[in-house]
Design a protein. Structure first.
Length: 240
C-alpha cells in the first residue's frame, strides 16, 4: 500500500487555479501568445489563462506510455515521444506501447472536435493542472518544438520540484505558482479534482473560440472604414 502524505489543498478547483495562474502569467506580458491546454484537466486551467490574456486556446492530448507494468514516458497524437532512459523494455515492447498510446491520443483529440491551432513562430503557453514526474508536460513541450514554436512557456498551478527540473530542460520558461517537495499526486492540491470527460472539454474549447470570434467581429465593426486590420494576427478556424 502506498502512503500519500496529506497537504493542505491550495485551490478549490481547476477554474480557481487557472485564475491564479493567469494573474501570474499576464504579468509577463507575452506578445500575442497562443494557450495550449493539456487535455483533459489542463484545458480547464488553460481556459482561465486564455481568457485573461484574450488569447486563442487550443488543446492536445498526452497519453502515458506503459509496458510491462512500467511507466516508460508519454506521447502525443502527432509529436515525438518523451521516454525515460534505462527502462530496460525491449524495443518491440516500446514500439507496441507507443502505438497504443498514440492511437488513444488520436481518438481523444477526434472526440474533442477541435482543430489544433498552429504555434509555429509564436509564443505558446502550454498549461496543465499540475505535475509530479513532469513527463506529460515535457511531452507536450516536445510537441510544440516539433511544430516550430517561437517561444515555449510551460505553466501550471502546482508541481513537484523534481518534475519541474525535468521540464526546465524542455521549455524556455517554467511558471509554477507552488513548487513543492511534498506532493505525491496532483489532486492533493485541489478541494475538487473530478475527472473531466471529453464532451465537457470540447464545450470549453468551443465556447472560448466563439467568444473570440464575437470579439473580433465587434472590433472590426468599430474600426473606421479604410483602416488597416489591427486584429490579433492569429488565424482562427471559422473566422474567414
Amino acid at each position: 500500500m502506498r502512503i500519500v502524505p496529506w497537504i493542505q489543498p491550495l485551490f478549490p478547483d481547476r477554474a480557481a487555479a487557472g485564475r491564479s495562474l493567469a494573474a501570474a502569467v499576464v504579468e509577463l506580458e507575452f506578445d500575442e501568445p497562443v494557450v495550449v491546454g493539456v487535455a483533459r484537466g489542463g484545458v480547464a486551467v488553460a481556459l482561465e489563462v486564455a481568457r485573461e490574456l484574450d488569447a486563442p486556446l487550443t488543446a492536445i492530448d498526452v497519453e502515458r506510455v506503459n509496458a510491462y507494468g512500467l511507466r516508460l514516458g508519454a506521447v502525443t497524437a502527432h509529436g515525438p515521444p518523451y521516454l525515460r532512459e534505462g527502462h530496460g523494455v525491449p524495443e518491440e515492447g516500446v514500439a507496441s506501447a507507443l502505438e497504443r498510446a498514440r492511437h488513444a491520443a488520436e481518438v481523444l483529440e477526434a472526440r474533442l472536435e477541435h482543430e489544433t491551432l498552429p504555434v509555429a513562430d509564436r509564443t505558446a503557453i502550454v498549461v496543465d493542472d499540475g505535475l509530479i514526474t513532469g513527463l506529460t508536460l515535457a511531452t507536450a513541450c516536445r510537441w510544440a518544438r516539433a511544430k516550430r514554436v517561437g517561444r515555449l512557456i510551460a505553466a501550471m498551478p502546482v508541481g513537484h520540484v523534481d518534475g519541474l527540473a525535468r521540464l526546465r530542460q524542455e521549455a524556455d520558461l517554467v511558471v509554477c505558482l507552488h513548487p513543492l517537495e511534498e506532493i505525491a499526486v496532483v489532486g492533493q492540491a485541489y478541494d475538487s479534482f473530478d475527472p473531466l470527460d471529453e464532451w465537457y472539454v470540447a464545450g470549453l474549447l468551443a465556447g472560448h473560440h466563439g467568444r473570440l470570434i464575437s470579439s473580433c467581429a465587434i472590433d472590426r465593426a468599430r474600426r473606421p472604414a479604410g483602416s488597416q486590420d489591427g486584429g490579433r494576427g492569429f488565424p482562427l478556424p471559422g473566422s474567414d
